[in-house]
Design a protein around this ligand. Structure first.
Ligand code: C5P
Length: 254
Protein backbone atom coordinates (compact mmCIF):
# COMPACT_ATOMS: atom_id res chain seq x y z
CA UNK A 1 0.00 0.00 0.00
CA UNK A 2 2.98 2.28 0.55
CA UNK A 3 3.89 2.63 -3.10
CA UNK A 4 0.82 4.59 -4.12
CA UNK A 5 -0.27 8.06 -3.21
CA UNK A 6 -3.23 8.07 -0.88
CA UNK A 7 -5.84 10.64 -1.88
CA UNK A 8 -8.57 10.11 0.68
CA UNK A 9 -9.37 7.95 3.67
CA UNK A 10 -13.02 7.40 4.56
CA UNK A 11 -14.64 5.32 7.27
CA UNK A 12 -14.66 2.06 5.31
CA UNK A 13 -12.45 2.71 2.29
CA UNK A 14 -9.25 4.36 1.14
CA UNK A 15 -8.74 5.90 -2.30
CA UNK A 16 -5.32 5.78 -3.96
CA UNK A 17 -4.08 7.31 -7.16
CA UNK A 18 -4.69 4.84 -10.00
CA UNK A 19 -2.20 3.48 -12.55
CA UNK A 20 -3.54 5.71 -15.34
CA UNK A 21 -4.89 9.26 -15.38
CA UNK A 22 -8.58 9.33 -14.57
CA UNK A 23 -8.43 6.12 -12.52
CA UNK A 24 -8.32 5.44 -8.78
CA UNK A 25 -7.79 2.38 -6.63
CA UNK A 26 -10.50 1.81 -4.03
CA UNK A 27 -9.27 -0.19 -1.01
CA UNK A 28 -11.86 -1.84 1.28
CA UNK A 29 -11.07 -1.81 5.01
CA UNK A 30 -12.49 -4.02 7.76
CA UNK A 31 -13.29 -0.94 9.83
CA UNK A 32 -16.94 -0.40 10.60
CA UNK A 33 -18.60 2.71 11.93
CA UNK A 34 -22.19 3.57 12.69
CA UNK A 35 -24.17 6.60 13.85
CA UNK A 36 -21.74 8.98 12.15
CA UNK A 37 -18.69 7.24 13.66
CA UNK A 38 -19.93 7.37 17.26
CA UNK A 39 -19.77 3.56 17.22
CA UNK A 40 -16.57 2.04 15.86
CA UNK A 41 -15.40 -1.52 15.35
CA UNK A 42 -13.80 -4.04 13.04
CA UNK A 43 -15.57 -6.76 11.13
CA UNK A 44 -12.98 -9.35 10.12
CA UNK A 45 -13.12 -10.01 6.41
CA UNK A 46 -15.68 -7.27 5.70
CA UNK A 47 -13.38 -5.50 3.23
CA UNK A 48 -12.76 -8.67 1.25
CA UNK A 49 -16.46 -9.52 1.16
CA UNK A 50 -17.62 -6.01 0.28
CA UNK A 51 -15.02 -5.73 -2.48
CA UNK A 52 -16.31 -8.97 -3.98
CA UNK A 53 -20.02 -8.31 -3.42
CA UNK A 54 -19.78 -4.76 -4.81
CA UNK A 55 -17.82 -6.00 -7.85
CA UNK A 56 -20.48 -8.63 -8.49
CA UNK A 57 -23.45 -6.27 -8.15
CA UNK A 58 -21.86 -3.40 -10.12
CA UNK A 59 -20.95 -5.85 -12.91
CA UNK A 60 -24.51 -7.22 -13.09
CA UNK A 61 -25.84 -3.63 -13.14
CA UNK A 62 -23.44 -2.64 -15.94
CA UNK A 63 -24.72 -5.62 -17.95
CA UNK A 64 -28.20 -4.07 -17.91
CA UNK A 65 -26.84 -0.69 -18.97
CA UNK A 66 -26.38 1.15 -15.67
CA UNK A 67 -23.25 3.33 -15.96
CA UNK A 68 -20.89 2.91 -12.99
CA UNK A 69 -17.40 3.98 -11.92
CA UNK A 70 -16.29 0.34 -11.64
CA UNK A 71 -13.56 -0.94 -13.98
CA UNK A 72 -12.31 -4.20 -12.44
CA UNK A 73 -11.34 -5.87 -9.19
CA UNK A 74 -7.58 -5.92 -8.71
CA UNK A 75 -7.21 -8.22 -5.72
CA UNK A 76 -8.91 -9.30 -2.50
CA UNK A 77 -9.31 -5.78 -1.14
CA UNK A 78 -8.91 -3.41 -4.08
CA UNK A 79 -10.73 -2.41 -7.20
CA UNK A 80 -9.87 -0.09 -10.05
CA UNK A 81 -12.43 2.64 -10.60
CA UNK A 82 -12.89 5.73 -12.73
CA UNK A 83 -12.25 9.03 -11.03
CA UNK A 84 -15.51 10.92 -10.71
CA UNK A 85 -16.64 14.11 -9.02
CA UNK A 86 -18.78 12.79 -6.17
CA UNK A 87 -22.17 14.49 -5.84
CA UNK A 88 -22.59 15.25 -2.11
CA UNK A 89 -25.85 13.33 -1.75
CA UNK A 90 -26.82 9.95 -0.38
CA UNK A 91 -29.77 8.60 -2.33
CA UNK A 92 -31.76 6.12 -0.25
CA UNK A 93 -34.36 3.83 -1.82
CA UNK A 94 -36.79 2.04 0.51
CA UNK A 95 -39.15 -0.85 -0.16
CA UNK A 96 -39.93 -1.87 3.42
CA UNK A 97 -40.03 0.41 6.48
CA UNK A 98 -36.91 0.19 8.66
CA UNK A 99 -34.26 2.28 10.37
CA UNK A 100 -34.61 6.06 10.32
CA UNK A 101 -37.90 5.98 8.36
CA UNK A 102 -39.50 3.85 11.07
CA UNK A 103 -38.09 6.06 13.82
CA UNK A 104 -38.98 9.36 12.15
CA UNK A 105 -42.50 8.48 11.02
CA UNK A 106 -43.50 5.79 13.52
CA UNK A 107 -44.07 3.10 10.89
CA UNK A 108 -43.33 -0.38 12.27
CA UNK A 109 -40.17 -2.02 10.93
CA UNK A 110 -41.06 -4.62 8.35
CA UNK A 111 -44.13 -2.79 6.98
CA UNK A 112 -44.11 -3.10 3.18
CA UNK A 113 -44.29 0.41 1.72
CA UNK A 114 -47.13 1.19 -0.72
CA UNK A 115 -44.46 2.03 -3.29
CA UNK A 116 -40.70 2.47 -3.35
CA UNK A 117 -39.73 5.70 -1.62
CA UNK A 118 -36.67 7.80 -2.46
CA UNK A 119 -34.99 10.08 0.07
CA UNK A 120 -32.04 12.44 -0.25
CA UNK A 121 -29.47 13.08 2.46
CA UNK A 122 -26.80 15.78 2.25
CA UNK A 123 -23.36 14.17 2.73
CA UNK A 124 -21.93 16.20 5.57
CA UNK A 125 -20.47 14.56 8.69
CA UNK A 126 -20.55 17.77 10.74
CA UNK A 127 -24.29 18.04 10.15
CA UNK A 128 -24.92 14.27 10.55
CA UNK A 129 -25.98 13.78 6.90
CA UNK A 130 -29.35 15.56 7.19
CA UNK A 131 -32.45 14.61 5.19
CA UNK A 132 -32.99 17.23 2.47
CA UNK A 133 -35.46 17.82 -0.33
CA UNK A 134 -35.15 18.71 -4.01
CA UNK A 135 -35.48 22.43 -3.27
CA UNK A 136 -32.37 22.36 -1.07
CA UNK A 137 -30.42 20.33 -3.61
CA UNK A 138 -31.09 22.62 -6.55
CA UNK A 139 -31.09 25.92 -4.63
CA UNK A 140 -27.70 25.22 -3.04
CA UNK A 141 -26.30 23.83 -6.28
CA UNK A 142 -25.41 20.34 -5.02
CA UNK A 143 -27.00 18.96 -8.18
CA UNK A 144 -28.98 20.39 -11.10
CA UNK A 145 -32.57 19.29 -11.70
CA UNK A 146 -31.43 17.18 -14.66
CA UNK A 147 -28.70 15.50 -12.57
CA UNK A 148 -31.24 14.71 -9.89
CA UNK A 149 -33.71 13.29 -12.45
CA UNK A 150 -30.90 11.06 -13.79
CA UNK A 151 -29.98 9.90 -10.27
CA UNK A 152 -33.57 9.07 -9.37
CA UNK A 153 -34.12 7.16 -12.63
CA UNK A 154 -30.89 5.20 -12.11
CA UNK A 155 -31.61 4.51 -8.43
CA UNK A 156 -35.05 3.11 -9.31
CA UNK A 157 -33.57 0.86 -12.03
CA UNK A 158 -30.95 -0.33 -9.54
CA UNK A 159 -33.74 -1.04 -7.06
CA UNK A 160 -35.85 -3.01 -9.56
CA UNK A 161 -32.92 -5.09 -10.72
CA UNK A 162 -31.38 -5.79 -7.31
CA UNK A 163 -34.78 -6.58 -5.76
CA UNK A 164 -35.26 -9.36 -8.33
CA UNK A 165 -31.69 -10.63 -8.22
CA UNK A 166 -31.70 -10.85 -4.42
CA UNK A 167 -35.18 -12.33 -4.17
CA UNK A 168 -33.87 -15.13 -6.38
CA UNK A 169 -31.46 -16.09 -3.59
CA UNK A 170 -33.98 -15.67 -0.78
CA UNK A 171 -33.06 -12.12 0.26
CA UNK A 172 -35.46 -9.16 0.63
CA UNK A 173 -33.93 -5.82 -0.35
CA UNK A 174 -35.43 -3.65 2.39
CA UNK A 175 -33.56 -0.45 1.52
CA UNK A 176 -30.19 0.78 0.32
CA UNK A 177 -28.06 3.88 -0.14
CA UNK A 178 -26.24 4.79 -3.33
CA UNK A 179 -23.97 7.63 -4.34
CA UNK A 180 -23.38 9.07 -7.78
CA UNK A 181 -20.58 10.97 -9.45
CA UNK A 182 -20.01 13.10 -12.51
CA UNK A 183 -17.78 11.43 -15.06
CA UNK A 184 -16.16 13.80 -17.54
CA UNK A 185 -15.21 12.19 -20.85
CA UNK A 186 -14.63 13.78 -24.27
CA UNK A 187 -16.08 17.13 -23.18
CA UNK A 188 -19.20 15.39 -21.95
CA UNK A 189 -20.53 14.80 -18.46
CA UNK A 190 -22.41 11.66 -17.42
CA UNK A 191 -23.89 10.73 -14.06
CA UNK A 192 -22.60 7.32 -12.98
CA UNK A 193 -23.14 5.07 -9.97
CA UNK A 194 -20.15 5.36 -7.61
CA UNK A 195 -18.99 4.22 -4.15
CA UNK A 196 -20.05 0.62 -3.41
CA UNK A 197 -23.10 -1.60 -3.08
CA UNK A 198 -22.64 -4.01 -0.19
CA UNK A 199 -24.22 -5.11 3.11
CA UNK A 200 -22.66 -1.93 4.58
CA UNK A 201 -25.19 0.20 2.71
CA UNK A 202 -28.14 -2.13 2.12
CA UNK A 203 -30.64 -3.73 4.47
CA UNK A 204 -30.86 -7.37 3.48
CA UNK A 205 -33.29 -9.68 5.25
CA UNK A 206 -33.78 -13.40 4.77
CA UNK A 207 -37.05 -13.58 2.82
CA UNK A 208 -38.42 -16.43 4.95
CA UNK A 209 -37.13 -15.79 8.47
CA UNK A 210 -36.53 -12.02 8.32
CA UNK A 211 -33.03 -12.57 9.71
CA UNK A 212 -30.76 -9.57 9.11
CA UNK A 213 -27.66 -10.10 6.93
CA UNK A 214 -26.32 -6.54 6.86
CA UNK A 215 -24.67 -3.80 8.89
CA UNK A 216 -27.64 -3.60 11.28
CA UNK A 217 -26.06 -6.68 12.93
CA UNK A 218 -23.17 -4.38 13.87
CA UNK A 219 -25.24 -1.23 14.54
CA UNK A 220 -27.63 -3.08 16.85
CA UNK A 221 -25.11 -5.48 18.45
CA UNK A 222 -26.90 -8.55 17.10
CA UNK A 223 -23.68 -10.61 16.86
CA UNK A 224 -22.57 -12.85 13.95
CA UNK A 225 -21.80 -9.80 11.82
CA UNK A 226 -19.17 -11.50 9.59
CA UNK A 227 -21.51 -14.46 9.18
CA UNK A 228 -24.26 -12.18 7.85
CA UNK A 229 -21.98 -10.70 5.17
CA UNK A 230 -20.61 -14.16 4.33
CA UNK A 231 -24.11 -15.54 3.92
CA UNK A 232 -24.92 -12.82 1.36
CA UNK A 233 -21.77 -13.70 -0.60
CA UNK A 234 -22.49 -17.44 -0.30
CA UNK A 235 -26.03 -17.04 -1.65
CA UNK A 236 -24.75 -14.94 -4.55
CA UNK A 237 -22.29 -17.77 -5.26
CA UNK A 238 -19.21 -15.56 -4.78
CA UNK A 239 -17.57 -16.54 -1.48
CA UNK A 240 -13.78 -16.09 -1.97
CA UNK A 241 -12.35 -19.23 -3.58
CA UNK A 242 -10.30 -20.26 -0.55
CA UNK A 243 -13.40 -20.08 1.64
CA UNK A 244 -13.94 -18.27 4.88
CA UNK A 245 -10.42 -18.93 6.21
CA UNK A 246 -9.07 -16.55 3.58
CA UNK A 247 -11.13 -13.54 4.59
CA UNK A 248 -8.27 -11.53 6.03
CA UNK A 249 -6.74 -11.56 2.55
CA UNK A 250 -3.26 -10.48 1.57
CA UNK A 251 -2.46 -6.78 1.80
CA UNK A 252 -1.31 -6.66 -1.82
CA UNK A 253 -1.77 -9.32 -4.49
CA UNK A 254 -1.54 -7.89 -7.98
O1 C5P B 1 -30.50 4.70 8.66
P1 C5P B 1 -31.45 4.69 7.51
O2 C5P B 1 -32.70 3.90 7.77
O3 C5P B 1 -31.76 6.08 6.99
O4 C5P B 1 -30.67 3.94 6.33
C1 C5P B 1 -31.29 3.66 5.08
C2 C5P B 1 -30.32 2.83 4.24
O5 C5P B 1 -29.20 3.61 3.88
C3 C5P B 1 -29.77 1.61 4.98
O6 C5P B 1 -29.66 0.53 4.05
C4 C5P B 1 -28.38 2.04 5.42
O7 C5P B 1 -27.49 0.94 5.44
C5 C5P B 1 -27.99 3.03 4.33
N1 C5P B 1 -27.15 4.12 4.83
C6 C5P B 1 -25.81 4.21 4.44
N2 C5P B 1 -25.03 5.24 4.88
C7 C5P B 1 -25.52 6.19 5.67
C8 C5P B 1 -26.87 6.14 6.09
C9 C5P B 1 -27.66 5.09 5.64
O8 C5P B 1 -25.34 3.35 3.70
N3 C5P B 1 -24.73 7.19 6.06
Amino acid sequence: MARRRQLYEGKAKILFEGPEPGTLVQYFKDDATAFNAQKKGTITGKGVLNNRISEYLMTRLMEIGIPTHFIRRLNMREQLIREVEIIPLEIVVRNVAAGSLSTRLGIAEGTRLPRSIIEYYYKNDTLNDPLVCEEHITAFGWAATQDLDDMVALALRVNDFLTGLLLGVGITLVDFKVEFGRLYENDEMRIVLADEISPDNCRLWDSKTGEKMDKDRFRRDLGKVEEGYQEVARRLGILPEAGVRDLKGPEMMQ
